[in-house]
Ligand binder design. Structure first.
Ligand code: NAP
Length: 289
């Protein structure tokens, strides 16, 4: 068996087209969806990520603004900026680019964002909503992107054995919760899991987000499994790879995502999606619907 490669760019194009149409419809009703991005310091990777987010917004017709601060800015100044954005009716989504410089209390900064505009899904209200299965919250963009990819390929989740490798707050844990809400049987593995292979071999759907190249080898994967590689690792030779031995595992899996070109394009796309969704809710509330 050779796996079908899930083309993240194709799925992202499809979702972005839906977002473009929804944005045009909102504009006709006088609402122009807007995303505000707050960036602190001059981390080069963060600057690239922010530029990609702005580009994705422009592509779909969203209005975006960047609020850039020096690394030595105080918590108070950032929180004051967030409060202004919370109150601004032209802003429907607010994102604080992480990581923040080390003197910041990240939880507190993220907690200052209105949960109604928290399109990254990191506010504790939205995290709690994910736990209890409230479908009005904004799901975090990377696992939401994975869920969209599974839906796009018509891969059933209900009753499937899902193994998530990686238990971070931004990928692994929300991924596990989202697929559990879809009635999968979910197992979460992390760095202290003993004998990872005894879990991964049981997976009908294996989602890997550990940040370790070649962590998942063919003998760890069941024949016919769906393998989603969230990892992004830069090798010493400059090559970008995921966490899965792509060439080996694709001989056993039924579906597999490549790196690059798999989950990556979906993350930014789901940020745009959440922002359009937020604008649409604001429009409905304003109309008293
Ligand atoms: P993270 O915060 O470093 O978390 C990594 C998780 O993997 C932790 O739970 C860790 O376990 C676990 N882990 C590490 N080594 C392991 C091992 N040998 N076996 C099993 N589990 C192991 O990373 P993250 O932010 O979740 O990101 C994970 C990867 O996804 C990174 O490569 C990142 O670049 C990539 N990523 C990609 C996108 C995208 O858009 N494609 C978005 C976000 C992240 P412990 O909890 O025990 O430490």
């Amino acid at each position: 068996m050779t796996a079908k490669i899930i083309d993240g760019h194709a799925v992202a194009r499809h979702v972005r087209q839906e977002c473009r149409e929804a944005t045009e419809a909102l504009k006709r009703r006088g609402v122009h969806p807007g995303l505000a991005v707050v960036i602190v310091g001059d981390n080069p990777a963060s600057q690239v990520y922010v530029a990609n987010k702005i580009k994705a917004c422009e592509e779909v017709g969203l209005k975006s603004t960047v609020h850039a601060f020096a690394a030595d800015t105080s918590d108070g100044e950032i929180e004051a900026c967030i409060q202004r954005l919370n109150a601004d009716p032209a802003v429907h989504g607010i994102l604080v680019q992480l990581p923040l410089p080390s003197h910041f209390d990240v939880r507190r900064v993220l907690g200052a964002i209105s949960s109604d505009k928290d399109v990254d899904g990191f506010h504790l209200y939205n995290v709690g909503g994910l736990v209890v299965g409230d479908n009005t919250i904004f799901p975090p963009c990377t696992p939401f992107g994975v869920q969209k990819m599974l839906e796009y390929e018509n891969i059933p989740v209900e009753g499937q054995n899902v193994v998530v490798v990686g238990a971070s707050n931004i990928v692994g844990k929300p991924m596990a919760l989202m697929l559990m809400q879809k009635d999968a049987t979910v197992c979460i593995c992390h760095a202290k899991t003993r004998d990872l292979a005894q879990f991964t071999i049981l997976a009908d759907i294996l989602v890997v987000a550990a940040g370790k190249p070649n962590l998942i080898l063919p003998q760890m994967v069941r024949h016919g499994a769906v393998v989603i590689d969230v990892g992004i690792n830069r090798l010493p030779n400059g090559r970008l790879v995921g966490d899965v031995d792509f060439e080996g595992v694709r001989q056993k899996a039924s579906y597999i995502t490549p790196v690059p070109g798999g989950v990556g394009p979906m993350t930014v796309t789901m940020l745009v999606h959440n922002t359009v969704q937020s604008a649409s809710r604001f429009a409905q509330n304003a109309a008293g619907l």
